[in-house]
Design a protein. Structure first.
Length: 346
């Protein structure tokens, strides 16, 4: 499909910006984009049926700068608005943005340069600066710190089942990926995480610019705080589907796996894999109260009894801070290699 669309001269970058009742934060967001050092871009801003002054803000900015292209739609949700923006986009590259975040001045220039010089990379993100209160939102801030450590294509691919390895408003991708793999899907899951998992599943290489290029704000109205599609169960549902596919392709002992973590949360999350034809053979744990039990027909074994590498693929479903690192160190000491013999998935 041609990338020029209705354009005589398509911009290099289309910034796609879904907006819903964003009048309070939208001006600062647009100002940050219009202050970019890279000038050859458009902002395809979809007003998703807002009931506040979002539409008026967009019209005013469009009058001042022709690169702002408002699109008005009935309220259909963020996935529908993001897809409409993609349909209207004319750029070679698509930069995703949210109306409550701020792009730092070199964002577009840095990411265009990255994609221009790395033809095998399909999607690039960046480190981001947490824009909330680190004390009041400590968990969210620590998640941002974690994403900022997932920089290389190897780290991103290996850790995709722990959490989403990107602050999604920081990503830029080649627009042909939309035509090859589709846009954002609506469902009982986070549409941005599903999009990333789908592209990784299909072999798209993803990297990050080693620089802070976005301020990722944390307002109380953020969807990740209020929408059931972003609660932990929703993440684990979509994660289980793509993890099942990954295991079918990479587990030498497929469909059998062992699970490290025999607590109730770990078991509930790992059980989602059963619906994707994965066989959980046993659990491993440290807690002497759990060791020796049989849960759903599966024994709970002391983790010291993990077999040698290659005999059982292991999944770590322990998410508490420090425990994931402890398990990684333990398995390394036994000769396990992440991605070959085991994965952290929580």
């Amino acid at each position: 499909m041609p990338l020029q669309g209705q354009y005589a001269h398509a911009p290099t970058v289309s910034v796609t910006l879904p907006c819903f009742n964003a009048e309070a934060t939208l001006p600062a967001c647009l100002d940050s984009l219009l202050a970019q050092t890279w000038r050859d871009f458009e902002i395809v801003a979809v007003d998703d049926g807002s009931t506040d002054r979002t539409g008026e803000v967009l019209r005013e900015y469009a009058r001042r700068d022709g690169r702002v292209r408002p699109v008005f739609a009935a309220h259909g949700g963020v996935a529908a608005a993001a897809n409409l923006a993609l349909e209207k986009a004319g750029g070679r590259y698509v930069a995703r943005m949210d109306a409550d975040d701020l792009a730092l001045p070199e964002r577009l220039a840095s990411q265009v340069g990255w994609l221009e010089t790395r033809p095998k990379v399909g999607l690039v993100g960046s480190r981001v600066r947490f824009g909330g209160d680190r004390k009041a939102a400590r968990g969210y801030a620590l998640y941002v710190d974690w994403t900022n450590r997932q920089m290389t294509s190897e780290a991103i691919a290996l850790n995709r089942f722990v959490e989403s390895p990107f602050a999604f408003p920081s990503v830029m991708f080649r627009r042909e990926l939309y035509f090859e793999h589709g846009g954002f899907r609506s469902g009982d899951f986070p549409e941005d995480y599903e999009f990333l998992l789908r592209l990784l599943d299909r072999g798209v290489v993803m990297e990050k610019v080693d620089a802070e290029l976005l301020i990722w704000n944390d307002p109380p109205t953020r969807l990740t705080r209020n929408d059931p599609r972003y609660d932990p169960k929703a993440f684990y549902r979509v994660k289980a589907r793509y993890l099942g596919r990954w295991l079918a392709a990479n587990n030498r002992r497929h469909p059998a796996v062992g699970v490290i973590g025999a607590g109730r949360p770990s078991r509930k999350r790992s059980e989602m894999l059963v619906d994707h034809n994965i066989e959980i053979v046993e659990y491993y744990d440290l807690d002497p109260k759990k060791i020796g039990q049989v849960v759903s027909g599966r024994p709970v074994l002391d983790r010291e009894l993990v077999p040698p590498p290659g005999q059982r693929f292991l999944l770590s479903y322990v998410a508490s801070r420090g425990a994931r690192e402890d398990i990684a160190a333990f398995l390394r000491s036994r000769g396990y290699v992440a991605g070959r013999d085991w994965l952290a998935v929580a």
